[in-house]
Design a protein around this ligand. Structure first.
Ligand code: CTP
Length: 424
């Protein structure tokens, strides 16, 4: 393969001043240590696309330890160093992150395995990567500053908006790359190159990924669904059934475009109202119509997320009941036990106007109303705990809903009034 070097000094000048300063320093340290240092990966892709990126990935063809040490001294910054992989990362308070590693080759012993890493040259380091547009490197040493290495036609694919895998086994080695690809395609509005898309689909359908952990897949899905769903993403997951990696089957006949548009506008609305919503789980939950809790007991995932993901299948009766005219108290009784995320799933997926109306009313007007009085107050008034407590709370609650009482004092006075009536 012919090495193609291109001069992109001018483009490098467009990076933020702080980043340029760091890269020059890295180049200078590398000069002194007589090793070659390269800027690599997503930041170059985004530079060529005119997009900002705060993740600096550096590789050196040699031992990175000295570079990592000197760089952290220079910036008086703390380094996380991984002895086994000889990689380090420096995090700055403003969100800037530098990852440093030696050039390495990765050998995958079985599909989806974590790779065995050996030292190698820059060519092989680039060749082990996922897509051509991510396999570009720019030299940082002073004699070569700003020279871009493009062995695999990454620049052409960038210009043609194409995602192209570097080799046939890329997705078998690491199927999480399929999800990364869908994320990139959907974010950058790129298409998969035809053969790459076929390889991705075949890998997902045919691969034996039983040893790939759900944790790694979910980590990628979390990144995928941190971003808004668009039509391109929906087209891609239809073509490349990537949820199969988790054993998730999409439902037939569901209009996911309509549902995701509704979801996005609800997420927007709830954000405005300062509700703290975990967006990625909800976006993923759009596609888990058929997921049962028992299917995912083994996943290394918060119980709360498992509940949300497996909620829809269990909600048939609830939807039926919600499809009626309900008074406030009944509505509150029914819905108080559900998570906001679960209610949003119903809003988006039930497809029933009445259900939506009820949940909207509950979220906007009723949710979060808590009585100021408690069982303690009733005890103070000489009442023994029992069904009478619920009776009283319901009455006070109604009074609250009607705006007749609002403070602790008023609620207490209202209870005393109730008790007096009872005595009479
Ligand atoms: N990479 C890979 N296979 C993976 C993960 C990462 O080949 N499963 C490679 C990609 O070439 C990527 C580089 O490692 O460019 C660094 O990974 P990461 O920082 O996760 O990706 P970026 O492209 O820098 O980040 P993003 O896509 O989120 O902007």
């Amino acid at each position: 393969i012919e090495e193609k070097e291109l001069e992109i000094r001018d483009l490098m000048d467009e990076l933020p001043v702080k980043i340029i300063k760091i890269l020059k320093e890295i180049g200078a340290i590398a000069d002194k240590s007589q090793i070659r240092a390269y800027l690599i990966g997503g930041i170059i892709r985004d530079l060529l696309l005119g997009k900002g990126n705060n993740d600096i990935d550096i590789v050196v063809d040699g031992n990175p330890v000295e570079l990592i040490k000197q760089l952290s001294d220079f910036f008086s910054a703390k380094v996380l160093y991984n002895e086994q992989f000889k990689t380090g990362s420096i995090k700055f308070a403003d969100g800037l992150n530098i990852d440093l590693a030696g050039t390495r080759r990765e050998n995958y012993h079985y599909p989806g395995a974590l790779p065995e890493v050996t030292e190698t040259n820059i060519f092989e380091d680039l060749f082990r990567r996922d897509y051509t547009i991510n396999a570009l490197a720019v030299a940082l040493n002073s004699d070569k500053w700003g020279r871009m290495i493009d062995y695999f036609g990454g620049q052409k694919d960038l210009a043609e908006k194409k995602l192209r895998a570097l080799h046939r086994f890329s997705f078998l080695d690491d199927p999480t790359r399929v999800i990364r690809g869908i994320r990139l395609a959907s974010r950058l509005k790129f298409d998969f190159e035809k053969e790459t898309e076929d390889l991705a689909r075949e890998a997902v359908l045919a691969g034996d990924f039983s040893r790939l952990t759900s944790e790694r897949i979910i980590k990628e899905l979390e990144l995928l669904f941190a971003e808004k769903i668009n039509r391109r993403l929906l087209g891609l997951i239809k073509n490349i059934p990537v949820f199969k990696l988790l054993g998730i089957e999409l439902a037939e006949g569901v209009d996911y475009w309509q549902q995701s548009t509704r979801l996005e506008s609800w997420l927007e609305y709830l954000k405005e109202k300062n509700y703290n919503i975990e967006e990625w789980v909800l976006r993923l939950a759009l596609f888990t119509d058929k997921l049962k809790k028992k299917d995912i007991v083994d996943w290394n995932l918060k119980e709360r997320y498992k509940d949300i993901l497996s909620f829809y299948l269990t909600a048939r009766d609830l939807i039926e009941t919600l499809d009626n005219d309900l008074d406030d108290l009944r509505l509150v009784d029914m819905l108080n036990e559900y998570k906001l995320e679960e209610l949003v799933i119903l809003l988006v997926k039930s497809g029933k106007v009445m259900v939506e109306k009820n949940i909207r009313r509950y979220i906007n007007e009723l949710k979060g109303i808590e009585l100021a009085i408690s069982g303690f107050d009733l005890k103070e008034l000489g009442l023994n705990p029992g069904p009478v407590y619920k009776d009283i709370f319901d009455r006070v609650y109604r009074a609250r809903l009607k705006g007749e009482v609002s403070t602790h004092q008023e609620e207490l006075a209202y209870v005393k009034e109730l008790l007096k009536e009872r005595m009479e």
